[in-house]
Design a protein around this ligand. Sequence first.
Ligand code: A3P
Length: 282
Amino acid sequence: PTLCRTVSISNLLTAKHSMRCTKGVETCKTREDDVIVVAYPKSGTHWVWEMVRLLQAGTTDVPLVEKDDGMIEDVVPETLEALPSPRALNTHAHFELMPQDILKKKSCKLIYVTRDPRDVMVSYFNHHRKLTQYYNYSGQWKDYFPLFLSGKVDYESWFAYTQGWEQGMKDNPDLQVHVTSYEALHENTEEEIKKTAGFLGTSADKAFLREVMKKTDFESMRATKGKNETFEGGAVMYRKGKVGDWKNWFTVAQSEQFDAVFEQEMKGTKAYELYSIKKQDF
Ligand code: A3P
């Protein structure tokens, strides 16, 4: 029996992206100089991946390449193998499905990006609605809300993903991982880029880092990369780019329901410290 489900209106988990079906990630052979951006979908993967790519290149004068060309579960192993070093890879795989060799002493570097799950939910709703060729989803926000909370979406539960990664990082102190958040990247972009460069051991030249910041800023990525996306992808992958858009979507009842689930699932985690819901937020 297959554990992969196909898309229906009550379940947005595609066979390809089911947690148990992100085949090829566990067995992917990593290289010591690889950098893998790891994030639950809609957490800023495109943004951080682009930063990494420019930092690795040491210049912002690089050809346009799509993030998905380095997405471990989206391309065949031969394509990944053909990429020249150092590779900038990315995946939405849960911790337990990551390439097993990341646990080795001399492994590649990971950048873990987290985002307020309420903003992730809004962003993911738009993703599911607008990427019609993948999902054919026409549900309303009120219908999507319980799907996200119960993990019936691609890559399954945000809560399980986040718990799994936090536990994985705790259990594997040798993991070379830099943790950042969508919110920190917004609030102090220059400093976050500098920290990322420090972690990667790439140029810390101030003018270069400023150039990276400019090139990866929302408007410039939307104008260049967004325009290049075929179908409606541009408007989905570079939709709004803001912190706190959830306030335009959540009703008071949804906010309360979310708080209750968040508290129950996440209490005691780092994500809880970061995003614990304050009533005055709403
Ligand atoms: P919104 O839908 O809230 O606008 P991912 O890359 O993981 O799929 O995440 C997509 C989200 O990141 C979208 O959020 C998108 O607009 C936002 N995003 C993409 N590039 C960005 C950038 N350069 N700066 C800020 N946000 C960006």
